[in-house]
Design a protein around this ligand. Structure first.
Ligand SMILES: [Fe+2]
Length: 287
């Protein structure tokens, strides 16, 4: 019986030395994954060498996998795997202002993956191939606890509000210049509205926000940014964050419904960081 052991941290649970093949043929394990994800928010598989095909198979145990639009960043044999790295195909490290690095630097803001979609991603899996010596940790924030910590007054106000999430907005506000969106991209990703308080299948609720959220519906951007910052700036101070220090062969799966995450800075123009990412598609609208 494979068990996730909760970390002595605000969120997360770990399994060590998992035999992926054996685990995937254990129906009790695969059936329990959805519940484990909802319960622990961050699942860590530590110390197992996971081949790309096994990574894809494990991803499928969580749901349908997204195939991302950039063909040049896909794994050659497994299009479901996105190479999240500052190393270029020729083996050199991308420069600080190269589009590859600029994109990665954008993930240093608190966010939840693809919240700009009508049906955002369920969970994201990140497998470490090469890790940095310094920096480059990923932080995860428990947004159920962030909601629970609000005053009753703030909670009852926020419950009534929705946020606009916009890819165009987050791209325009990326630290480092990204190309403006094409008309085609704009048509594909129009801004969407999601309730600020998200309700989950087990009846729990969390704050659903982050770097793709441009503003509160009916409020101006300045007020919205201030309200977002009040919450996001307090996540670490209020002890709602688990910081994952990567070792090679770590696999971390996080629930995009209940957490925010961010990359901590590292020497992106000099240190190699090679990760394989899989995104599991969501199945339901935010409610
Ligand atoms: Fe992300």
């Amino acid at each position: 019986m494979i068990e996730f052991v909760p970390l002595d941290e605000p969120l997360g649970a770990v399994v060590t030395d998992l035999d992926i093949d054996a685990a995937l043929s254990d129906s009790e394990f695969t059936k329990g994954l959805a519940d484990a994800l909802l319960k622990h928010s961050v699942l860590i598989f530590r110390g197992s060498d996971i081949a790309p095909a096994e990574l894809v198979a494990l991803g499928r145990a969580f749901g349908e996998l997204e195939i991302l639009p950039e063909p040049d960043k896909r794994h050659p044999d497994h299009p479901e795997i996105f190479n999240l790295t500052n190393v270029k195909p020729d083996g050199d490290i991308a420069e600080f202002d190269d589009s590859q690095s600029v994109f990665l630097r954008g993930t240093q803001r608190w966010h939840t993956d693809s919240s700009f979609r009508e049906i955002p991603a369920l969970c994201t899996m990140l497998y470490a191939v090469e890790v940095t010596k310094q920096g480059g940790q990923t932080e995860f924030a428990d947004m159920r606890a962030a909601l629970a910590q609000l005053s009753d007054e703030a909670k009852s106000e926020i419950e009534q509000l929705s946020l606009v999430h916009s890819y165009e907005y987050s791209r325009a506000n990326n630290p480092g210049r990204m190309d403006p969106m094409s008309d085609e991209e704009r048509a594909k990703y129009p801004p969407v509205e999601h309730p600020w308080v998200r309700t989950h299948a087990d009846g729990t609720q969390s704050l659903y926000m982050g770097g793709h959220a441009s503003h509160i519906v009916g409020r101006d951007e300045a007020e919205s940014r201030r309200r977002f910052a009040e919450i996001e700036d307090g996540l670490v101070a209020n002890d709602l964050v688990y910081q994952h220090r990567w070792r090679a062969h770590d696999l971390v799966v996080w629930d995009n419904r209940t957490t925010l995450h961010r990359l901590l800075p590292y020497d992106i123009a000099n240190e190699r960081r090679v990760m394989r990412r899989i995104t599991v598609a969501g199945t339901e609208r935010v409610r």
